[in-house]
Write a protein that binds this ligand. Structure first.
Ligand SMILES: *[C@@H]1O[C@H](CO)[C@@H](O)[C@H](O)[C@H]1NC(C)=O
Ligand SMILES: *[C@@H]1O[C@H](CO)[C@@H](O)[C@H](O)[C@H]1NC(C)=O
Ligand SMILES: *[C@@H]1O[C@H](CO)[C@@H](O)[C@H](O)[C@H]1NC(C)=O
Ligand SMILES: *[C@@H]1O[C@H](CO)[C@@H](O)[C@H](O)[C@H]1NC(C)=O
Ligand SMILES: *[C@@H]1O[C@H](CO)[C@@H](O)[C@H](O)[C@H]1NC(C)=O
Ligand SMILES: *[C@@H]1O[C@H](CO)[C@@H](O)[C@H](O)[C@H]1NC(C)=O
Ligand SMILES: *[C@@H]1O[C@H](CO)[C@@H](O)[C@H](O)[C@H]1NC(C)=O
Ligand SMILES: *[C@@H]1O[C@H](CO)[C@@H](O)[C@H](O)[C@H]1NC(C)=O
Ligand SMILES: *[C@@H]1O[C@H](CO)[C@@H](O)[C@H](O)[C@H]1NC(C)=O
Ligand SMILES: *[C@@H]1O[C@H](CO)[C@@H](O)[C@H](O)[C@H]1NC(C)=O
Ligand SMILES: *[C@@H]1O[C@H](CO)[C@@H](O)[C@H](O)[C@H]1NC(C)=O
Ligand SMILES: *[C@@H]1O[C@H](CO)[C@@H](O)[C@H](O)[C@H]1NC(C)=O
Length: 687
């Protein structure tokens, strides 16, 4: 949208070689690369502006060098400069006449320097730049007063980056000259108070206040703002001015990771589309508004401006009208909050809602008839306390765009019997960690009087592609459970004792992801699954890998926690070039058969996850890390030499032992010895 010229700071982190890509037939200065009117002198180990660049240079980049000042005469030779980037130098100041011959400079990047040391000179220098549009002063240890000095008279500035400084308070003097300002980045300061700071910035559209120390945003009335990012603060209250008739331009409000207790009090007229409220303590309190049971409860709270009392705000806490205008909301992110229910009419007001993200809240029931928008695409109610979902046929017909439905980690035991099969766009369902079965009967789900069922008949969900049924206490999946479906993902892990009864065989044409970890599954034959990319058969007590893995084109394989003692050479050689990730820990591999490990280790395109946890046992049942295995533990993979080595080591010990025994007998049982000698002697002397 507005000027982004100064994002050049990114160059600080770009490796030098990117900047040194060959440039044909242009003159090459010792430190710089010239591309048309751009001079790239980044990472060039220079401590002053190089002379000898073409006089018509328009864009000069000197990021990541050792400049300590920009002298009065540094830029005299380059009167056509439009853009100058000095990020990541050691600049303490710009001398006051540094820009005397730079009348057209529009963009100046001073990020990552030490400008706090020479603010007065620098501010005089900046005043000579009447056309400056973009200024990056991020990471310069600047405090509030320095800021006011530096920004005086920068009346044409449109983009200003002040992130990573030491600003604490902003007031009406902070940005008072910046009448053209459109984008302001104040991330990562220590701002705890904002008092009328943006009065003069009627064009400000994007404001980033993330990672500061703001305790609240009350009396919000910046109608011009399009994007406000106040994430990662300590905000308990967000209250916008309710008495303004103007429509707020606000489209995106990010209050992620704050301390909100209440749903933000949004403007009464706005275009708000994206509302991010994840990681707060938010819930609804409508039930407290019942003044019969709670007659003495305060219903209003007043806020007083810390300095003057011109900004008193009164909020009626339980009045749901104060949720403001949410009619154009498309994304509502409420992940990780405390929501127990939605107030009456709340869902129905969001007629444009496409994504509702409620992971990790406290919802006990989900009432789909509350008026969800027909545009709803994603509904994530995972990790709540749902034990009931209510719906009726008309509602299901409305939810024709619902594609992604996550109900995992709830307490569901029963579901409306036609819930999934009536949603025509449904592609992905996650029901993991609920107690819902797969219907066994070949007919449709048994219909109870109240139309709820304790099992789901998946083959009626015609367009389903991804199905997650982890940890659902499944025992039997009937052979025809998925017939007719074109699943690409099927996750059945953590259902110990599961019998799949051939139900997955028909999915060979389409299946890419198959999770069968911790199912104690037997008789694995994967030869039909030609498209499989991900296979999880961990924790299944397998002593051998199924040879049908040879035919697959796997990218990810999890075979942790089985009883594997080795991976046959042919299998290792076939898998290694295809795999990207393999999980192997938790198997009692044999130290004398680890050729597979070296095959995998030497394959650069694959990663063995938790490599240091892969262990093996030697013949004495001692455990070793396979990656540190010394060749002396086992000389050869085939084991014969091992036995030889074993004998070589233990033969002397046995011999010495026999010797000691012999001496022992010699000294303590002389008679026996004598007898035996005698016997022999007798025999021998019997000639
Ligand atoms: C950078 O320049 C200094 C002298 O200005 C020199 O001593 C140093 O070796 C140079 N470093 C590199 C990496 O070229
Ligand atoms: C800066 O602005 C002030 C008024 O805000 C004015 O008096 C002063 O002359 C300006 N200075 C320059 C260098 O433009
Ligand atoms: C502002 O500067 C910081 C650090 O220099 C950078 O990470 C951020 O992306 C910049 N902001 C914008 C809006 O360009
Ligand atoms: C808000 O700022 C944070 C920190 O820079 C960033 O991670 C987040 O994506 C921003 N939010 C939006 C909606 O852009
Ligand atoms: C209780 O609430 C109703 C409507 O919400 C209001 O008319 C009535 O005055 C309230 N009563 C008291 C005692 O506050
Ligand atoms: C409400 O307040 C009145 C007087 O302040 C008091 O007598 C009454 O017991 C209170 N009722 C409740 C339910 O706290
Ligand atoms: C704000 O509240 C204070 C304290 O109640 C009061 O004295 C002042 O008049 C109020 N100001 C406005 C503008 O309402
Ligand atoms: C669901 O919401 C509708 C409309 O708000 C209401 O009529 C119905 O009683 C609710 N059902 C349940 C089970 O709460
Ligand atoms: C479903 O979504 C598509 C595009 O995402 C949209 O064009 C269509 O209008 C939506 N359907 C309904 C009923 O809102
Ligand atoms: C569903 O939600 C759970 C918990 O929030 C998450 O772990 C899982 O990946 C989600 N499922 C899908 C298919 O995205
Ligand atoms: C159950 O479904 C049938 C038809 O789908 C409908 O006529 C009946 O009213 C439903 N019963 C309940 C209790 O919702
Ligand atoms: C495989 O399944 C097990 C059991 O559910 C799980 O713990 C593990 O994280 C899964 N592996 C991968 C790579 O997702």
């Amino acid at each position: 949208m507005s000027v982004h010229g100064l994002t050049l700071i990114l160059l600080c982190w770009l490796p030098l070689r990117i900047l040194l890509t060959p440039v044909s037939s242009h003159p090459q200065l010792s430190h710089c690369r010239l591309i048309q009117r751009t001079a790239l002198c980044n990472n060039a180990n220079v401590s002053s502006v190089p002379s000898g660049l073409p006089g018509d240079t328009e864009d000069l980049q000197l990021n990541n060098n050792h400049l300590e000042t920009l002298q009065d005469d540094s830029l005299l030779l380059y009167p056509s400069l439009l853009s100058l980037s000095l990020a990541c130098n050691l600049l303490t100041e710009l001398e006051s006449n540094a820009f005397q011959n730079s009348p057209s400079l529009k963009s100046l990047n001073l990020a990552n320097n030490r400008l706090h040391m020479g603010v007065s000179q620098t501010s005089l220098a900046l005043k000579k730049l009447p056309h400056l549009r973009a200024l990056d002063l991020s990471v310069n240890k600047l405090g509030g007063e320095m800021l006011t000095t530096l920004l005086q008279n920068l009346t044409s500035l449109e983009y200003l980056n002040l992130s990573g400084n030491l600003l604490m308070r902003l007031d009406e003097s902070s940005f008072s000259d910046l009448h053209q300002l459109r984008e302001l980045d104040l991330q990562r300061n220590v701002i705890f108070e904002i008092d009328d700071a943006f009065q003069s910035n009627a064009k400000l559209q994007r404001l980033n206040l993330a990672f500061n120390y703001l305790p609240c945003l009350t009396d919000f009335r910046m109608t011009q703002l399009v994007v406000l990012n106040a994430s990662h603060n300590f905000i308990e209250w967000f209250i916008s001015r309710q008495d303004l008739d103007d429509t707020f331009q606000l489209e995106t409000l990010d209050l992620t990771d704050n301390k909100l207790l209440f749903f933000p009090f949004l403007p009464s007229h706005s275009r708000l589309r994206n509302l991010y409220l994840a990681h707060n303590n938010l819930r609804f309190y409508e039930h407290l508004a019942d003044n019969v049971t709670n007659p003495n409860l305060t219903t209003t709270v007043e806020f007083y401006n810390l300095n003057k009392d011109t900004g008193n705000v009164t909020a009626q806490l339980w009045n749901e009208g104060l949720h403001g205008d949410i009619s154009s909301l498309e994304i509502l992110d409420l992940r990780v909050n405390q929501v127990q229910y939605f107030p009456e009419g709340f869902i129905g007001k969001m007629s444009a809602l496409t994504r509702l993200q409620m992971r990790k809240n406290c919802l006990e029931s989900l009432n789909l008839t509350e008026g969800f928008s027909g545009r709803l695409y994603e509904l994530d109610i995972s990790d709540n306390r749902l034990n009931q979902i209510s719906v009726d046929a008309e509602t299901l017909a409305v939810l024709s765009n619902l594609t992604y439905f996550n109900l995992s980690l709830n307490n569901l035991e029963r579901l409306p019997s036609k819930l999934f099969s009536s949603l025509p766009s449904l592609r992905s369902v996650d029901l993991s960690f609920n107690d819902v079965d797969v219907c066994v009967s070949e007919d449709a789900a048994p219909i109870r009087a109240d139309n709820v069922s304790s099992c789901v008949s998946w083959r009626d969900v015609a367009y389903l592609e991804q199905l997650y049924l982890k940890g659902c206490n499944l025992e039997i999946i009937p052979p025809s459970a998925f017939s007719g479906l074109s699943l690409t993902h099927l996750e059945l892990s953590d259902n110990p004792g599961l019998q799949v009864q051939g139900s997955i065989r028909g999915l060979g044409r389409t299946l890419q992801h198959l999770g069968l970890g911790n199912t104690q599954i037997r008789d694995l034959d994967f030869s039909h699954f030609e498209h499989l990319k991900f296979l999880n058969i961990s924790a299944n007590n397998l002593a051998d890998l199924p040879s049908s893995l040879l035919d697959l084109d796997l990218k990810v394989l999890d075979i942790r926690d089985n009883r594997l003692s080795t991976i046959p050479r042919s299998l290792a050689n076939t898998l290694a070039p295809k795999l990207q990730l393999v999980f192997l820990a938790g198997n009692p591999f044999s130290c004398c058969q680890t050729e597979w490990f070296r095959t995998f280790e030497s394959t650069k395109t694959m990663t063995m996850v938790e490599q240091s946890d892969i262990r093996c046992e030697d013949l004495l049942l001692t455990t070793h890390r396979v990656q540190n295995l010394r060749s002396s533990v086992c000389l050869d993979d085939r084991g014969e030499t091992y036995i030889l080595w074993y004998l070589l080591l233990f033969l002397p010990i046995c011999l010495s032992f026999v010797g000691i025994l012999f001496i022992f007998l010699l000294s303590f049982r002389p008679k026996t010895l004598q007898k035996s000698i005698k016997k022999r002697c007798l025999k021998r002397s019997s000639y």
